[in-house]
Design a protein around this ligand. Structure first.
Ligand code: HEC
Ligand code: HEC
Ligand code: HEC
Ligand code: HEC
Ligand code: HEC
Length: 492
C-alpha cells in the first residue's frame, strides 16, 4: 500500500506533465450537484434533462446527481414515475428540487374532460393531435356502425345481443373504457352517452399511470390498466420527461407494447379472440425491441410543438409521436408489408403457377386484430375468356365466400368453423377446429397450382376483408374489400 504522502507526490508529478487545458478540465471536475427529494426523502432514479441537450442524467440512491459546470444557468426538468414533472434552472450551488407526489388511488367520480368541446378540452391546445386521433378507429370504438351492427339486434345476421345476451357487458372494458359503474353503456354499449361516445378517448388514455399486475388477455382494457384520476386538480401522464405543465407526469409505460396489450390481447368467453400482443411477443420485431408505438405512433415529422401558443415548447419533430395509428392508411400499410412473387411455368402437360408471399416490417401476423379479419389469395387461369379450374393445388372452402368456392386460392385467417364445417360463426358462439393460416412475420411461404396446358393468362390477386363476406352482405354494408395487389401474367 502507498502512503498518503506518496500518493500526493505521484499526483503532483503527474500534474506537472499534464497540458494546461486538461488542468482546467480537472479543476472543473467537482461538478454541480442536483439533489432530488420528495415528501418521503431522497428520490433515486429521477431523470434530469436539459433544454437543447440530449443527454439524460439520473439521480443516485441519495437522490444526488453530478452535472458538469458548463450547464450552469441552463434550464432543466426532473421527472420520476409517480411524481409531477418539475422545472428549474441550474445554479452553481443549492440545487435541491422537490418533486410533488401524484395522489394515490383513483377517484372514480372524476368527470372526464371532453377531447373536442367545452372547458379545457384537449383540442383547444393539442389541435394537431386531436385531428390525428379523430380520424382513427379509437375515436369511434363505441359507436362504429359495423361494431354496433354486430353488437345490437338492429340487423339480421350475427348479433351478440340476440345470440348471447348475457355477454353484452363484456365489450365496454375495451370499446368504451371510460364508462364507470352505473353509467349508461355498461350494461348495453349501444346506450353509451356523453364523452364515452368517443370510445377510447384522450383523457382516458392519459389517466393511465401503469398496468396492473394481472394476466394480460384475461383482464381487459380498463380492468388491466392502472388509472389515476385526481380527487382535485389535474394530472396527465405521458411519455415526456420534460413536459412543461405542472400537471404533467412521466410514465415509461407509454412507450411500451404492454400499454396497448390491455386492449389488443383478449380471451373472451374462453376464445382467444384478440392475439396481436402475443403475436408481437413472438415476432422478429419484438426481438429487435420495436414496440407497437414504433410503427403505429411513429413521429411523422409534421408536429413541432404539441401545444403551440399554449405553453408548449418547440421540439424536434422526429421525437413527437403521431396519434394517427395507421400511417398512410390500411391499404398502403398492407401493400408496404407484403412482398409477392409470381412465376408461371408452361410445361408439356400442364401450366404451373407458383406464388410466394412474405410479410415484412410488421410486428405481428397478417392480418391481425379482430378475429374475422382475413385475406384471400386468388389465382385465376383463363383460356379464350373462360375460367379454367385448377387440376392441382389448394382451393377456397365454403366458408370463405360462396361466390369463390372451388377457386384456386389460399385463405389467411382464423375462421371459427361451425359444427358441420360449412360455415363460420361469431367468436361469442365458439367454434371448432380453429385453423390459423395467417402470414407469419418475416417468413416466406409459397404455393403451387397446376392448370390445364391451354392456359393463356393467369391473374393473381390478394384482397383483405375485415369481415366475412356473408355477414357483410346480410348486414347490407358497402363492400369492405381492400385490393392489396392484382397482377395479370400473359402466357405466350
Ligand atoms: C390509446 C390511447 C391514447 C389515446 C386515445 C390518446 N393518446 Fe396521447 N399518447 C398515447 C401514447 C401511448 C403516447 C406515447 C407515444 C410515444 O411516445 O411513442 C401518447 C403521447 C401523447 C402526447 C405527448 C406528445 C407526443 O405526441 O408524443 C400528448 C401531448 C398526447 N399524447 C395527447 C393526446 C391527446 C390530446 C389525445 C386526444 C386528442 C390523445 N393523446 C389520445 C396514448 C393515447
Ligand atoms: C390549456 C392548454 C391545454 C389543455 C386544455 C390540455 N393540455 Fe395537455 N399540455 C399542455 C401543455 C402546454 C403541455 C406541455 C407542452 C410541452 O411541454 O411542450 C401539455 C402536455 C400534455 C401531455 C404530456 C405529458 C407527458 O409527460 O408526456 C399530455 C399527455 C397531455 N398534455 C394530454 C392532454 C389531454 C388528454 C388533454 C385533454 C383532456 C389536455 N392535455 C388538455 C396544454 C394543454
Ligand atoms: C382502452 C383500450 C385500448 C387501448 C389502451 C389501445 N387500443 Fe387500439 N383499439 C382499441 C379498440 C376498441 C379498437 C377498435 C376500434 C373499432 O374498430 O371499433 C382499436 C383499434 C386500433 C387500431 C386499428 C386502427 C384503425 O384506425 O383501423 C390500431 C392500429 C390500434 N388500435 C393500435 C393501438 C396501439 C398501438 C395502442 C397502444 C399505444 C393501442 N391501440 C391501445 C382499444 C384500445
Ligand atoms: C414493425 C412494425 C409494426 C409493429 C411493431 C406493430 N405493428 Fe401493427 N401493423 C403493422 C402493419 C404494417 C400493419 C398493416 C398490415 C396488417 O394489417 O397486418 C399493422 C396492422 C395493425 C392493426 C390493424 C389490423 C386490422 O386489420 O384491423 C392493428 C390493430 C395493429 N397493427 C396493432 C398492433 C399492436 C397492438 C402492436 C403491438 C403489440 C403492433 N400492431 C405492432 C406494423 C406493425
Ligand atoms: C380486450 C379488449 C376488447 C374486448 C373485451 C372486446 N373488443 Fe372488440 N375490438 C378490440 C380491438 C382492439 C379491436 C380492433 C382490432 C382491429 O382493428 O383489427 C376490436 C374490434 C372489434 C370489431 C370490429 C369493428 C370494426 O368496425 O372493424 C367488432 C365487431 C368487435 N370488436 C366486437 C366486439 C364485441 C361484440 C365485444 C364484446 C363481446 C368485444 N368486441 C370486446 C378489443 C376488444
Amino acid at each position: 500500500m502507498r502512503s498518503p504522502v506518496q500518493a500526493v507526490l505521484v499526483f503532483t508529478i503527474l500534474m506537472g506533465f499534464l497540458p494546461h487545458t486538461l488542468l482546467v478540465f480537472v479543476r472543473e471536475l467537482p461538478a454541480v450537484q442536483i439533489s432530488v427529494v420528495g415528501p418521503d426523502g431522497p428520490i433515486e432514479g429521477a431523470f434530469i434533462t436539459f433544454e437543447h441537450h440530449s443527454f439524460v442524467f439520473q439521480s443516485d440512491g441519495l437522490g444526488h446527481c453530478d452535472i458538469a459546470n458548463s450547464l450552469v444557468n441552463r434550464k432543466f426538468a426532473v421527472a420520476r414515475e409517480g411524481y409531477f414533472i418539475a422545472h428549474d434552472q441550474l445554479h452553481s450551488k443549492g440545487n435541491t428540487v422537490r418533486l410533488r407526489k401524484i395522489s394515490q388511488g383513483d377517484a372514480t367520480d372524476y368527470d372526464w374532460v371532453h377531447p373536442l368541446e367545452g372547458e379545457q378540452n384537449c383540442a383547444s391546445c393539442h389541435a394537431q393531435i386531436a385531428q390525428q386521433w379523430k380520424q382513427g378507429a379509437h375515436s369511434f370504438s363505441s359507436t362504429g356502425h359495423r361494431f354496433l351492427d354486430m353488437y345490437s339486434d338492429r340487423k339480421k345476421g350475427w348479433s351478440l345481443s340476440r345470440d348471447l345476451p348475457e355477454g353484452k357487458t363484456v365489450c365496454a372494458s375495451c370499446h368504451a373504457p371510460g364508462v364507470g359503474a352505473g353509467q349508461p353503456g355498461l350494461e348495453d354499449i349501444s346506450e353509451v352517452s356523453g364523452i364515452n361516445k368517443l370510445g377510447v378517448h384522450c383523457d382516458f388514455c392519459h389517466k393511465v399511470e401503469g398496468v396492473k399486475k394481472g394476466e394480460v388477455g384475461f383482464a381487459h382494457g380498463r380492468d388491466l390498466l392502472r388509472l389515476s384520476r385526481p380527487e382535485k386538480g389535474q394530472v396527465f401522464f405521458g411519455p415526456m420527461k420534460d413536459a412543461t405543465r405542472d400537471d404533467n407526469s412521466f410514465s415509461p409505460i407509454y412507450q411500451q407494447s404492454l400499454y396497448c396489450a390491455s386492449c389488443h390481447e383478449g380471451t373472451l368467453f374462453g376464445m382467444h379472440v384478440y392475439s396481436t400482443y402475443s403475436e408481437w411477443q413472438k415476432s422478429p420485431a419484438a426481438a429487435k425491441g420495436l414496440q407497437c408505438q414504433a410503427c403505429h405512433m411513429k413521429p411523422d415529422g409534421t408536429m413541432q410543438n404539441i401545444a403551440p401558443g399554449k405553453g408548449g415548447s418547440n421540439r424536434n419533430p422526429m421525437e413527437l409521436a403521431s396519434h394517427q395509428l395507421m400511417p398512410g392508411g390500411l391499404k398502403q400499410m398492407l401493400q408496404n408489408s407484403i412482398l409477392h412473387e409470381e412465376e408461371v411455368i408452361q410445361g408439356a402437360a400442364d401450366c404451373m403457377v407458383k406464388v410466394q408471399l412474405k410479410a415484412v416490417n410488421v410486428g405481428h401476423k397478417v392480418p391481425t386484430g379482430y378475429i374475422d379479419r382475413h385475406m384471400i389469395l386468388q389465382v385465376r387461369a383463363k383460356f379464350q375468356g373462360e375460367e379454367l379450374k385448377p387440376i392441382e393445388g389448394l382451393t377456397l372452402g365454403h366458408w370463405v365466400d360462396k361466390a369463390l368456392v372451388g377457386n384456386a386460392g389460399v385463405l389467411f385467417g382464423r375462421p371459427l368453423l361451425n359444427a358441420d364445417k360449412q360455415g363460420v360463426q361469431p367468436f361469442w358462439q365458439g367454434g371448432v377446429d380453429i385453423v390459423d393460416s395467417r402470414l407469419e412475420p418475416e417468413m416466406a411461404k409459397s404455393w403451387v397450382w397446376k392448370f390445364p396446358r391451354e392456359t393463356e393468362s393467369v391473374q393473381v390477386s390478394l384482397i383483405y376483408r375485415p369481415f366475412w363476406k356473408e355477414q357483410e352482405l346480410i348486414k347490407g354494408w358497402a363492400s369492405q374489400d381492400v385490393m392489396v395487389f392484382e397482377k395479370t401474367l400473359i402466357i405466350k
